[in-house]
Design a protein around this ligand. Structure first.
Ligand code: FMN
Ligand code: EPS
Length: 384
């Protein structure tokens, strides 16, 4: 079973993750992990923190001479900002600086202090912060190296920011990837991107914030990953949970998603065809590559909606947790819009889930056996 956890506070010394269940023999390219970490830091509308950090991964277990060993892999990403926070984040104390007593609507602050019996909102916001997603992106970039060996490619792009929608024509993967990498917002529509940037700037000037939507595409996915036989083994269950687990994600669609509600069955379902040299195929992909909780061999298409960033420089009303008097919410340094970063995290979470179900189906001891099992399965499906 592939599993991972992360640890680390936003302004603590480092983020750490342990991943267990990766096969031995996977070639590990650290620069590909660093490339995704750098992509996650991008995006017009990010706050001052991104000028401080230059995320790079350090692998401290489970990899030797550029290959996984089959043992748990540990990765560390150091927080450069820690240097500025050592007194306020000291594990040993004594407390320094003022406790934060003004919880922000939309953040974990108020419910966190109540649930965990804390008197300083910082005790909650440090871990609730999406800084943690840097560790997830490192895990995703590592699992992508298994997926690449199996011929599976993933890319995410931004389709909406603050109501400005991108028009996107379908393209080959390599073209998609270079267009996403070249765009400041990770958006495939240059005109929409200009309007999105103007909307972000306007929000910033008003002390406001914006959310949006990103789409994740997974190409080359074999049919039969996930299962219809149990609720928690369904691929759509796992992917929706993985995307929903990203801070500020409030909606997930598979394929045409909510649009299904407006379509009759005759227009909704992807009809099935067969050609000897191609096998089974569909001419449409409303299902987004998943039927009955299993991948069906068509591209997987997912969309996730992100709410606007909760920290506002023109703050919302709140209540002081000590005096209980009305107060303005805390105005920490903050992003104005982080949909571009969230898209990279979505790509990582999708990679992790697809790797999990791939390894569940074909075995996770070593890469050689994994690729043989995949090849045998492909041959059976091709009727050889
Ligand atoms: C990449 C990324 C960056 C974020 N940056 C900020 C930020 O700078 N300020 C902020 O208040 N929230 C930010 N958020 C959102 C909060 O982390 C999130 O709203 C909060 O943890 C509460 O969780 P919830 O929105 O899922 O309920 C960010 C989220 C992501 C995914
Ligand atoms: C640090 C990151 O994102 C942070 C997510 C975040 C939040 O509340 O979620 C708040 C901000 O942190 P800070 O208070 O240090 O400026 C963001 O910068 C990151 O993405 O690496």
């Amino acid at each position: 079973m592939l599993r991972f956890i992360t640890a680390g506070e936003s302004h603590g010394p480092a983020l750490t993750t342990i991943i267990e269940g990766l096969p031995a023999g996977v070639p590990v390219d650290i620069e590909l992990i660093n490339r995704d970490l750098a992509r996650r830091q991008k995006g017009f509308g990010r706050g001052g923190r991104m000028l401080i950090e230059q995320d790079r991964v350090e692998i401290t277990a489970g990899v030797r001479f550029g290959q996984t060993l089959g043992s748990p892999v540990t990765m560390v990403i150091h927080n450069r900002d820690w240097e500025n926070w050592q007194d306020r984040m000291s594990p040993a104390g004594p407390p320094s600086g003022q406790a934060v007593s003004s919880p922000r609507p939309g953040h974990a602050d108020l419910t966190g202090v109540l649930k965990y019996d804390r008197q300083d909102v910082r005790d909650i916001l440090e871990r609730a912060s999406a800084r943690e997603t840097a560790a997830r992106v490192a895990v995703g970039a590592l699992t992508k190296q298994v997926l690449t060996a199996a011929g599976i490619k993933i890319i995410a792009h931004v389709t909406n920011i603050g109501g400005v929608n991108a028009q996107v024509a379908s393209r080959e993967y390599d073209e998609l990837q270079s267009a996403v990498f070249a765009s400041e917002l990770g958006c495939l529509d240059a005109n929409a991107e200009t309007q999105m940037k103007a909307a972000i700037l306007e929000a910033k000037n008003h002390g406001d914030s914006l959310g949006g939507i990103f789409e994740v595409l997974a190409l080359g996915v074999l049919p039969g990953l996930g299962s219809h036989v149990q609720w928690d083994r369904r691929l759509d269950t796992k992917l929706a949970a993985a995307l929903m687990s990203i801070q500020a994600i409030k909606g997930v669609e598979v394929g045409v998603g909510f649009e299904y509600a407006n379509l009759p069955g005759s227009k909704a379902h992807d009809q099935i065809y067969y050609e000897p040299e191609r096998g089974y195929y569909r001419q449409t992909n409303n299902a987004g590559g998943i039927e009955g909780g299993m991948s069906n061999g068509e591209p997987i298409v997912l969309r996730a909606a992100m709410k606007p960033i909760p920290t506002l420089m023109t703050p919302l009303s709140s209540v002081d947790i000590v005096s209980k008097a009305p107060i303005q919410a805390n105005t920490e340094r903050s992003d104005v819009c982080a949909v571009t970063a969230a898209a990279v995290v979505g790509e990582a979470m999708t990679a992790i889930v697809l790797t999990e179900v791939l390894l569940e189906k074909f075995g996770n001891d070593n890469l050689t056996d994994l690729l043989s099992a995949i090849s045998h399965y492909r041959q059976r499906l091709a009727g050889l």
